[in-house]
Design a protein around this ligand. Structure first.
Ligand SMILES: [Zn+2]
Length: 244
């Protein structure tokens, strides 16, 4: 499977960029993982919108859903022009009922609920979930197909259960929103060192860092992760295709 970073920022996008989001593709099936601010513009560098087969949302914070509304407009215009195979399926948990219901729009997009304890068959993948520790209910995502695995931690502070959930990941995409000094001060996120420890203990092969802060020098986060993980680690490169 191919994973392409669309954006890497937490909270809000940096100038001309997008919040944390990834395009995952295999056998021609394309799924967008999270759809926050700036994502709809940026993802079109890598795919036509009408070639998206699905979208999956980890949780309902604005930096993960802000562009859902404009994606729905694109689907509506595409339908009017008969260029779009609708409805586009948008997967997300339904613990927040009003937010989940917004995933369905005028027959052009359709919300589908996912649950932490259930396995989702999505295109070529089996997708499993793990509840994270975050101010709102949030799910980490594990995509598996043909013996290969990509794990997205989504937004979370350190949670021991994520070690088993990420076990053996060929690619671990971990949030690392914090400089080390903010552990315990800013809740709901991990530091670079914690992302590195997660990758190390899970036996992941490669670690990508995302959901980064706009302040400070993010190279420090990368170095903290590299100090805790013996495998390959880097800040996710926007537009680079990681083949697993
Ligand atoms: Zn969040």
């Amino acid at each position: 499977m191919n994973v392409t970073p669309i954006g890497i920022w937490g909270g809000y996008p940096n100038k001309n960029e997008a919040t944390s989001s990834f395009l995952i593709e295999q056998e021609g099936f394309r799924c967008l993982v999270d759809c926050g601010s700036g994502v709809l513009a940026a993802v079109q560098n890598y795919t036509s919108l009408n070639e998206l087969d699905a979208v999956i949302i980890s949780h309902y914070h604005a930096d993960h859903i802000a562009d859902i509304g404009v994606l729905q407009h694109a689907a509506m215009v595409g339908m009017q022009l008969k260029e779009w195979n609708v409805p586009l399926l948008i997967y997300g948990h339904d613990r927040d009922r009003p937010e989940f219901e917004k995933l369905s729009y005028k027959g052009v997009t359709e919300g589908r609920s996912v649950r932490a304890e259930e396995t989702l068959q999505l295109g070529p993948w089996e997708v499993t979930f793990c509840e994270t520790i975050h101010p709102v209910y949030c799910l980490a995502l594990r995509f598996s197909s043909k013996g290969k695995t990509v794990v997205f931690t989504a937004d979370t502070e350190w949670k021991e259960e994520l070690v088993g959930f990420s076990e053996g990941a060929d690619l671990l995409v971990a949030e690392s929103n914090l400089y080390e000094k903010y552990i315990g001060i800013i809740k709901g996120h991990m530091s670079g060192k914690q992302a590195g420890e997660l990758a190390q203990r899970a036996g992941a092969k490669h670690l990508l860092l995302t959901h980064l802060p706009q302040y400070g020098n993010v190279k420090e986060i990368e170095e903290a992760a590299a100090g805790a993980f013996r495998g390959g680690v880097e800040i996710a490169r926007i537009g680079h295709t990681y083949n697993v």
